[in-house]
Design a protein. Structure first.
Length: 161
């Protein structure tokens, strides 16, 4: 992987989360009411399933989330992350050049996800609302894995191999 591609991925995924999280935390601190910051990680932060820069940046987001949680806890700001797995979000359409490659990608993801399908955008709402509200008032520094058991299955296969 060329260094410039690595750096771009780290800048977008990790540095972007840091910059936005710091800005949001500063606003929350100034308002004095606390709040909830939700970082976007990925199941790829727990398993190796794509390129090194992406997996590394997403793993770093999970760790950054834990660090931010401790840093901002005194300000009553909770910081958690969500690690989504394969979702029907439109992302796959951006890098699959033909309908056939898109269909093959979806079939592979469906087959390899223990729940037997990809998630839908409507299934992202519940986890986000949970972390954004007082339903999760005792949670900070956690990463919520929402991936149809893909990472669990993948880790189990790695152990068995």
């Amino acid at each position: 992987m060329p260094l410039d591609k690595w750096q771009r991925e780290i800048d977008i995924n990790l540095t972007g989360i840091f910059i936005v999280g710091r800005a949001v935390a500063n606003v929350m601190k100034a308002q004095g009411r606390g709040g909830s910051i939700i970082n976007t990680a990925s199941m790829s932060g727990r398993i190796v399933n794509t390129e090194a820069a992406y997996c590394s940046s997403k793993a770093a987001i999970i760790h950054l989330t834990a660090c931010m949680a401790i840093e901002y806890i005194k300000d009553n700001i909770r910081v958690n992350s969500i690690s989504f797995g394969g979702m029907l979000s439109g992302l796959h359409e951006t890098f699959c050049k033909t309908p056939e490659t898109l269909a093959a990608r979806y079939a592979t993801l469906d087959k390899n996800t223990p729940i037997g399908r990809l998630g839908t955008l409507s299934e992202t709402v519940g986890p986000v609302l949970f972390l954004a509200t007082d339903l999760s008032s005792y949670m900070t520094g956690a990463d919520l894995l929402v991936d149809g058991a893909y990472a669990v299955e993948r880790n189990t296969k790695n152990i068995a191999d």
